[in-house]
Write a protein that binds this ligand. Sequence first.
Ligand SMILES: [Zn+2]
Length: 256
Amino acid sequence: MSKKKIVVIIIVVILLGLAGVGIYHMEAIYSSPEAVIIREMQLTKECHEKILSDIKADTTHADYVVLVNPSHGGSDTGMTSGGTKEKDINLKVARYMRDLNTNKKIKIYITRETDTNPSAEQRAEIMEALNPDLIVDIHMDSDSTVSVMGMYALYNGAYFDYHLTNEELADMLLRGAVSTTKTAAIGVVDDTMAVEREIEPWIYESRIPSASVYCGYLSNPDELQALRSNAYCQNIAKGLIKGIEEAVDKLDKSEN
Ligand SMILES: [Zn+2]
């Protein structure tokens, strides 16, 4: 082999080595926790702005506007159990609510369309853009006692619209969802001072009738299996829509 060829081979090997080190570093930077958070914030911002612009461009009229909040999302998974994440079930139920609603008087919007993690401020921005008549917040729960199962709803008893109190809305949503899923109704709880207020302050501080529905326990094997099926999530959504219809009927009557 000529000297020239050897030099070329050495240069190529050095360049390949440098490129490898570069790619390795790029990868490390790209997958660092900071980079993951920045990417999530960017994606969340893009999706959030799309939702806001769709709301502004929306010319359809409905008598009642309902905002559904699929809690958590992105790096905030909520409760988890065996690979099933609360954030995904919350989103699925919220999307079914929007898509399965056939009542022309009611239009349902959601605070996130995909696996993004909007901040409380971003979710509040959607609420302000819509000025909804009702807010329904969706969660799943988990408990150290695996036998605990069923649904419950939290509400803020401190503020309420006298045409429809938060307690009444919580009760209507819970009864609706239990009627279609046949799961146990644990009850409605005044959560004025509790931790939920920290998670969704924008809902709890609004004067709009609102309730948080906890649609099942990921820690209960039977309920987990049910929550993993689309049919069961559709039943939850249909039941919550029934609750919304009942709430809207009460608002209707109070207006006449
Ligand atoms: Zn949650």
